[in-house]
Write a protein that binds this ligand. Structure first.
Ligand SMILES: [Cu+2]
Length: 186
């Protein structure tokens, strides 16, 4: 009887100890809020994904009448949690001729805006190839806050508000043959 009673007591003590550890952990988590969690959120927020569907029909100004409209493309972007890196992979196919230039421009749908980042072509940016892949190709790279054309906090805000677009230029369409608005992946 005494031994059994002893075992039951030991179990109770163990349960009490576990309970105390649990309360202690809760206290620790509780101690992190709200400031601790807010700080963690800033450092360890989730990366954001963006995408762009590239077509010949969205160009401003419109593509020239001789454009075959065979080109299309798809782009995916990943913004780092701290907002200092934008990884991109852009595939495109069927341009009227080799891509002469590709850029990220600033502007909304229906707007023609300035270049904020060179993706390929001349004049070469240190972070981008001077030669574009061709009439069909893939452009992959990273746009960072340390680039010669930096990804600034302001441009990150513009990006989050769908205010940037990919534009791929050809000889036939010097102002751009293939365009797609960069929008958040929902
Ligand atoms: Cu451009």
């Amino acid at each position: 009887m005494t031994r059994v009673h002893g075992r039951v007591q030991a179990r109770r003590i163990k349960a009490l100890l576990l309970g105390a550890v649990g309360v202690g952990l809760l206290g620790l988590v509780g101690g992190l809020t709200p400031l601790g969690v807010a700080q963690m959120g800033m450092m360890d927020g989730e990366p954001l994904l963006f995408q762009a569907v590239l077509s010949t029909t969205g160009e401003v100004p419109p593509v020239s009448a001789e454009t075959p409209h065979t080109a299309f493309g798809l782009a995916i972007f990943r913004l780092s949690a701290d907002g200092t890196r934008l990884d991109y992979s852009i595939m495109y196919k069927g341009l009227s001729g080799p891509a002469t230039l590709a850029h990220i421009h600033r502007g909304g749908i229906g707007e023609a805006g300035g270049v904020v980042r060179t993706l390929c072509g001349k004049p070469p940016a240190p972070e981008a190839p001077a030669q574009c892949p061709g009439a069909t190709g893939v452009l992959s790279g990273t746009w960072t806050s340390a680039d010669s054309q930096p990804l600034t906090p302001e441009l990150v805000e513009v990006l989050k508000n769908s205010g940037l677009y990919v534009n791929i230029h050809t000889e036939l369409n010097g102002a751009g043959e293939l365009r797609g608005q960069i929008v958040p992946v929902r």
